[in-house]
Design a protein around this ligand. Structure first.
Ligand code: ADP
Ligand code: F6P
Length: 497
């Protein structure tokens, strides 16, 4: 038995490489791209799991015909590995109810998530959650070690699995290991609050390449590394590993900014299953059903306190209240995917959002004609595309967001340069979508101003609005998810070499 720098004991670790599987490309993420659902009659089915990570990685895995190691989304289930219709091998990892509570709800989403999102709510530090985090990371690493071929490339995803690179290096020194963080990396003074900060950082440093979305994330990470005994050289670059860090054991790793994006080819057609005419008819019907408002605002988010859904609703309410927007003429559609529903801060957020929806409709709606249309459920990609096409003004107003793929998905539906995007300056996407109507979501007046400027711009200055949208459209089309993955994977090859 040997012990990694993170203190996780690894049975059977060896320096020649353990027993190998036959997968030359393995992605490991907390979740599989599908969640297991048990129907009322007991039959098990699968449905797409939530979040931007899955949206971005699914096409990458399909292209590489790789193996995806992850949790099937429900506690105490361990289905057999299976291959999807599109050729991706799914290798489930079981989480018990205890793991679900301590590792997933606890350490991942009540400690790390708020800590990395700049303390929007207060992180909780609990020693038994940390123990569960280490145990579950060991389990994920062990599963990866059993499926990866000798010399395979393993791409570890996100904050739930930050100890996996260190454990995997012990188990399988033959592997090339990349790590990508899908959420922001906080300023060092915030990261340092974490009682297990040293173990966590050292667990990561055994990767060959660490990728972040933004230059500012890399800057925070490098600044943190300067306070440790690492050697740091190079400059921060985008889509390359411009920084090299050497650990005291002599291991070298690359660090760079790789802004994630979307599968633009999937956005080009209005529906996967129907004709353009059918899609247009469905869209018209949807608009009629809403009472044909002249301006439709749209929000699409996981129901998460980082997304600023409540504050967006309050801004909308104040605009109706002041008469700046006419309730007979506008509508706001808010799609909110259920997320982490048992965690207190999520429950409170949901209850505040739903209270605001009820209040706004109570104050401004007519019978049979709501002014806020709210759905607390996931919709299919086809239906989501219809909502994107229906919207005049997309509202993406998070307090903090690693990237925010919704903003890019909306822009990708605008080949005709129509519509406008109101975007928080604290969403990673704001670095690229500079022609959006940027706002500070902590400032309700600024948010209202951006919403009105978008609405007035569409009426009074359509040419200028088209130019802004065209520039964002080109940016998204030229920087798609393929570019993200290929840039990361080629930087990983170079870093390992
Ligand atoms: P996050 O990863 O924090 O959830 P992103 O905006 O990066 O945020 O990604 C969210 C992904 O989930 C997008 O690909 C979006 O299309 C999808 N999504 C969000 N809400 C819904 C919904 N109600 N139904 C279906 N898909 C959704
Ligand atoms: O993109 C951030 C992220 O936390 C992913 O890691 C995750 O898959 C997604 O959002 C959805 O979160 P969860 O898996 O907790 O439902």
């Amino acid at each position: 038995m040997s012990e990694t720098a993170t203190g996780v004991s690894v049975k059977g670790a060896n320096q020649t490489g353990g027993a190998a599987g036959n997968n030359s490309f393995v992605v490991v993420a907390n979740r599989l791209p599908v969640d297991m659902i048990t129907e009322a009659d007991g039959t098990k089915t699968w449905q797409a799991s939530p979040g931007g990570l899955v949206s971005a990685l699914s096409p990458v895995l399909e292209k590489h015909q790789g193996c995806w190691v992850g949790w099937p989304g429900v506690a105490d289930e361990s289905p057999e590995p299976f291959r999807t219709e599109r050729g991706v091998l799914l290798h489930p990892v079981e989480l018990t109810q205890y793991d679900y509570e301590e590792f997933y709800e606890g350490f991942s989403n009540a400690t790390l998530w708020p800590l990395y999102h700049n303390l929007i709510v207060t992180p909780e530090f609990n020693r038994s959650w940390w123990d569960a985090y280490r145990d579950v990371n060991l389990r994920f690493a062990t599963e990866v070690a059993s499926v990866a071929a000798h010399g395979a490339t393993v791409w570890v995803q996100d904050y739930q699995l930050q100890l996996v690179p260190g454990i995997l290096r012990q188990l399988r020194p033959d592997l090339t290991i990349g790590f990508f963080l899908h959420i922001p990396f906080p300023p060092p003074e915030i990261y340092r609050q974490l009682p297990w900060r040293d173990e966590m950082l050292r667990g990561l440093m055994d990767a060959d390449l660490i990728g972040f979305h933004l230059v500012s994330n890399v800057r925070n990470f490098v600044e943190l590394c300067r306070s440790y005994d690492f050697e740091i050289s190079g400059d921060i670059t985008i889509r390359e590993a411009g920084i090299t860090i050497t650990t005291p054991s002599g291991h070298k790793l690359g660090v760079g900014a790789f802004p994630i994006s979307i599968d633009t080819s999937a956005m080009a057609t209005p529906t996967a299953s129907g004709s353009h005419e059918e899609a247009d008819e469905a869209l018209e019907q949807m608009h009629l059903d809403m009472g044909s408002p002249s301006t439709v605002f749209l929000g699409v988010d996981r129901l998460d306190y980082t997304k600023g859904i409540l504050q967006r609703l309050l801004a909308f309410e104040e605009l109706l209240d002041s008469g700046a927007l006419d309730p007979a003429d506008v509508a706001l559609v808010q799609l909110a995917t259920p997320s982490r529903e048992r965690i207190d801060s999520y429950r409170i957020t949901r209850s505040n959002v739903e209270e605001a929806v009820g209040r706004i409709n109570g104050r401004f709606a007519q019978i049979g004609r709501p002014v806020v249309h709210y759905q607390h459920r996931s919709v299919s990609k086809d239906v989501l595309m219809r909502y994107y096409r229906l919207a005049d003004i997309m509202l993406v107003t998070p307090f903090r967001d690693g990237m925010n793929l919704v903003a890019k998905e909306f822009v990708a539906t605008r080949a005709d340069s129509s519509g406008a995007l109101v975007l928080s300056e604290f969403a990673g996407a704001a670095d690229e979508l500079t022609q959006a109507h940027l706002c500070n979501p902590f400032d309700i007046e600024d948010t209202k101003k951006a919403m009105l400027q978008a609405a007035w711009g569409l009426k009074d200055n359509p040419e200028m609005m088209k130019e802004r949208m065209a520039s964002m459209y080109n940016q998204v089309m030229e920087h798609d998810v393929d570019l993200w993955a290929s840039a990361f994977l080629s930087a990983l090859d170079k870093a390992r070499a």
